[in-house]
Design a binder for this molecule. Structure first.
Ligand code: HEM
Length: 415
């Protein structure tokens, strides 16, 4: 940044270069120095005629809450009925009037009450995974043994996906979510993953239609089959795939990033352990989880398009049809919002990360994700205060869905 003010008509070349660097391997590995540069360019930059970059906290928050901005249909290279295109039929990519219709239908079955009722199931799943870790000696991969199995077990129980072995779902989700990266054309692997998931859910829908159970698939099938038929077949499938993948992919990252931060700073692990044995562990763990969400947002980038004329973001006019790259990960480290934003400090107050989005599309599962993370870290630090790194963590090569691939740990003596 040279501080020069670009004329309103010219795209900001510095911002364009910055986005190119973000999408390159070094940017994907560590986007944070580039976010700091983005903040120096300003909250909103114009990249091209109808493409904008939004990095400021206020700007991102305002934009996500403005109904004048919505989602565009992702280019999947498939026709509207193709399996990969089912995601475009889901709530995640819907605009009014489809979005409020689906949101209220899914909201009716995915209620805070149903989430709260899951707490004992979450606690049991956490304890079983910790028991299994305690039973072994030697280093283990925390991602394999905890960060992935916890949320996948919980979302499968909620949906009613019965599987003895969830491991296949991890590469499937990884392949499918390639479509969310901004790096290029959709891969064959993403299409194959969508086809496999659609096949599985088609079978499960038929099974639950024949014999309903107390699970989310049955509840959504009932919504689909109700007189007023307010959910189409494609929407049912698209939303089931979304719920499954959204249910574990990002929560896995949150758990992995959280533990990795604790292992890098053993004094934080000790402080959490002390708080939890002193009886004020709940607030300490909740503060820790919010700071992990802020500092290592599992979803770094969202996209929007201007649906109407005459909108502004941070005072800048954004014409109808313009697309916006929304840097949630940068907003969470905006120096105008957080003092010393690049330092990890679980004792910060007034932390409101935009990691679950905001406005109409705010994450439907945010309560569930927070429940899983707080139960997990509470029990983890209580039980394994001597947890330590057993080798270098390996990061996934992703910008949008940021997280670790593996995290070798040594359990140490039990507490
Ligand atoms: C939407 C993040 C966990 C289900 C979103 C959005 C974000 C997000 C940023 C908004 C997307 C947008 O505005 O374009 C996260 C993070 C999670 C998490 C960081 C974990 C740490 C979950 C879980 C579930 C879930 C556990 C389900 C069980 C959904 C659904 C939507 C959504 C259904 C779409 C809502 C809509 O478009 O109206 N999530 N999520 N998420 N999330 Fe999550």
């Amino acid at each position: 940044g040279t501080g020069r003010q670009a004329p309103a008509s010219a795209p900001n070349d510095d911002a364009g270069t910055l986005v190119e660097r973000l999408l390159a391997p070094a940017g994907r590995a560590d986007p944070y120095p580039l976010y700091a540069e983005a903040h120096r360019l300003g909250p909103v930059s114009r990249l091209a005629d109808s493409l904008y970059l939004v990095a400021g906290y206020q700007a991102v928050d305002q934009l996500l809450r403005d109904p004048g901005f919505g989602l565009y249909t992702m280019a999947t290279g498939q026709d509207a009925e193709g399996p990969l295109d089912l995601l475009n039929r889901s709530i995640l990519r819907a605009n009014p009037p489809d979005h409020p219709r689906m949101r209220s239908l899914i909201g009716k079955v995915f209620t805070p009450r149903r989430v709260a009722a899951l707490a004992p199931r979450v606690e049991r799943a956490v304890d079983e995974l910790l028991d299994a870790l305690a039973a072994g000696s030697g280093p283990v991969d925390f991602m394999d043994r905890f960060a992935f199995p916890l949320p996948v077990t919980v979302i499968c129980a909620l949906l009613g996906v019965e599987e003895r072995d969830h491991t296949r779902l991890r590469p499937l989700a990884a392949d499918l979510t390639e479509v969310l990266e901004l790096t290029g054309p959709t891969t064959e692997a993403a299409a194959a993953a969508a086809t496999e998931l659609a096949g599985r859910f088609t079978g499960l829908v038929a099974a639950r239609r024949a014999e309903p159970r107390d699970d989310l698939i049955s509840a959504l099938v009932a919504v689909r089959d109700a007189e007023d038929g307010r959910l189409s077949d494609a929407e049912l499938l698209g939303n089931l795939i979304l719920l499954l993948v959204a249910g574990f992919e990002t929560t896995t990252s949150l758990l992995g990033s959280g533990l990795s931060l604790l292992l890098e700073r053993p004094e934080l692990l000790a402080a959490l352990h002390a708080a939890s044995t002193a009886g004020d562990g709940d607030a300490a763990v909740a503060g820790f989880v919010e700071e992990v969400l802020r500092y290592e947002s599992p979803v770094q980038v969202l996209t929007r398009t201007a649906l109407v004329d005459g909108r502004t973001v941070a005072g800048r006019p954004v014409p109808r049809g313009a697309d916006l790259i929304v840097l949630v990960g940068a907003a969470n480290r905006d120096p105008a919002r957080y003092r010393d934003p690049d330092s990890f400090d679980p004792t910060r107050t007034d932390v409101r990360p935009l990691s679950f989005g905001a406005g109409a599309h705010i994450c439907l599962g945010n309560n569930l994700a927070r429940l899983e993370a707080t139960v997990a870290f509470t029990r983890l630090v209580r039980r394994f205060p001597a947890l330590a790194a057993a080798g270098p963590a390996v990061r996934r090569d992703r910008l949008v869905l940021r997280g670790l691939q593996s995290l070798p740990v040594r359990i140490g003596a039990a507490g």
